[in-house]
Design a protein around this ligand. Sequence first.
Ligand code: GDP
Ligand code: ZN
Length: 356
Amino acid sequence: MLFRSPTHDMAKRRLNKQQQWRIKKIQQERAARAAKKEESISEKLDAGNLGPEQQGLVIAHYGQQLDVEALEGEDTGTVLRCFVRANIDSLVTGDKVIWRPGSDNTGVIVARCDRHTLLQRPDNFGALKPVAANIDYIILVIAPEPEPHDNLIDRYLVAAESTDIPVIILLNKTDLVTDQNREAIDQLLARYEKLGYRIERTSAKTLEGEQAVKVEDLVKGQTSVFVGQSGVGKSSIIQTLLPEASIRVGAVSESTGKGVHTTTTAKLFHLNCGGDLIDSPGIREFGLWHMTPQEIEYGFREIRDLIGHCKFRNCSHMGDPGCAIVQAAEDGRISTERLKRSEEHTSELQSLEVSR
Ligand code: GDP
Ligand code: ZN
């Protein structure tokens, strides 16, 4: 998640002395390892056997090494195993980099280009770790089955809001919309459309139906991630987008279609239609990552606009006098259900913090 400094400070303050000590120790060890690595890279550099600087794209990340796809020159499209100069902060899948070719399909990354978005997740100590960079769209997949619930949808949307990456809500399995569930689904989608979210419909199975969009049109020419509850059809959709070859290398298990990954690292795939997809089991669980109460508040976009308008700076928005948020709910400007859920998410979190 793209991080704002106030919340970041909060995360830091939560660490106790022992955790801080552990982190410091880990950082020292890491620095020592990096220094050693830097030495061997400089040896190579000194030997003058690295080629000219050029642009590349990180498509996978394995500990100290990364797979980088060449973006220019005669090697365009080939993938090289690259090492990183120690002075570059952590690189992730989706990062654009400057690298120099070495021998035998290896290279050295010498710089990271600016990112326009960054997905980060908190580790066990509350420190943030980048997961993937330069994502243009988060596609939140829902389906008539498993039955969609506003509170879970909100959870994904809130997480997405904190990254500032736009979200598309994609209803999959339109072939399972019946006279029994149609009204409830339409109403649910209308509630999110009213909040300004883009809504699309498809069916990975039939790939037709009046309202079905071709998912290719959604992902064309950009970098997307698919998130959403298990069983909504993410793997099925991804399978329709991926070229045969990447399915074979184990992106998604062919036999079960259950999305069994051979690795947990985020990987970037080029799609048939000319877009990119970044996928990993962790990214699929994205909405369930830990969030601070501030992030949750910020993530309810209609509530965010009211933050700071309450009479008291430390307003709990739960009945304090002069509360702008409660007032907005009373006036019908924001939905009382969404307000209730934002409170539930926040108090659920607070009880978790206390029990830690
Ligand atoms: P994931 O857990 O989100 O990756 O979901 P999967 O792709 O594994 O799909 C879960 C189940 O839904 C599988 O049995 C799929 O065959 C089924 N499924 C996926 N898309 C559709 C669809 O458009 N229509 C119907 N009827 N079933 C679908
Ligand atoms: Zn308030």
